[in-house]
Design a protein around this ligand. Structure first.
Ligand code: NDP
Length: 234
């Protein structure tokens, strides 16, 4: 059983679809995209939608309890939910800062905390966090987002060290520029000029790596950052 945060669209939806197609029971959270979430749930008999704001600690606790009661265990957690509120630092207001940190970083903590307690009881599990190359190199206009994603990368390494003795693997995937609603309207042609592979990433470029990390081939990998950016950050 897999729990995915922010599974109603974009990369998260792709991850839900990939797990469902492989026969996993896939539970996902969504926030605003009610219709999309309902459609996704109707399309698959093994997909379950949960309305939740990832920033809500008590809701995270309740959802983890509910899915654990239903399935007896959680094999995999994908912390994917994320937002951007881009402004250069002088123009970034308090809510731009807080909203992004709360959703991207605190949301990750909320689900990691409750799921890891369950995985420690099971003595098995895999947690995959979705960060960004923005959290590695820093991107102008994204101080809030870059800080939240850098936080996710070190959160991942810390959790890998704490949870490894319980046979729980924790890894992070850092996408570059992927075509989703998050990047709609962004003029990325200039950015791609300097990228070795000269193309924008697709959702399947990320789901493929997530797929690998949840397979037995990745059993000896933990605490690693998988950069999927067509070489943009090198
Ligand atoms: P989308 O905007 O397409 O999807 C974001 C998802 O997160 C939606 O399902 C949305 O749910 C959910 N979400 C947002 N806020 C909340 C919240 N408060 N509570 C619960 N769910 C929430 O983005 P992408 O698919 O592009 O991004 C997915 C992840 O990948 C993010 O973490 C993003 O930072 C990361 N990423 C994306 C890149 C890109 O180029 N696209 C590059 C690098 C990283 P709903 O619609 O229901 O509100």
């Amino acid at each position: 059983m897999v729990l995915i945060t922010g599974g109603s669209k974009g990369i998260g939806e792709g991850i839900v679809r990939d797990f469902a197609a492989r026969g996993w029971s896939a539970h996902f959270t969504y926030h605003n995209s009610h219709e999309k979430a309902e459609c996704l749930e109707r399309e698959f008999s093994n997909v379950y939608a949960h309305h939740a704001d990832v920033t809500d600690y008590q809701t995270a606790k309740a959802i983890v309890k509910e899915v654990t009661n239903q399935h007896g265990k959680i094999d995999c957690l994908i912390n994917n939910a994320g937002i951007t509120k881009d402004k250069t630092i002088g123009f970034m207001n308090e809510s731009n800062w807080r909203d992004v940190i709360e959703t991207n970083l605190t949301g990750n903590f909320n689900y990691s905390k409750f799921v890891s307690k369950q995985m420690m009881k099971q003595k098995s599990g895999s947690i995959i966090n979705i960060a960004s190359i923005s959290g590695m190199i820093g991107i102008p206009g994204q101080a809030n987002y870059s800080a939240s994603k850098a936080g996710i990368i070190t959160l991942t390494r810390t959790m890998a060290k704490e949870l490894g003795p319980f046979n729980i693997k924790v890894n992070v995937v850092s996408p570059g520029f992927i075509e989703t609603s998050m990047t709609e309207g962004v003029n990325y042609q200039d950015m791609l000029e300097g990228a070795p592979l000269k193309r924008v990433g697709q959702i399947g470029d990320i789901t493929g790596v997530v797929h690998f990390l949840t397979s037995s081939e990745a059993d000896y990998i933990t605490g690693q950052n998988f950069v999927v950016d067509g070489g943009l950050s090198i």
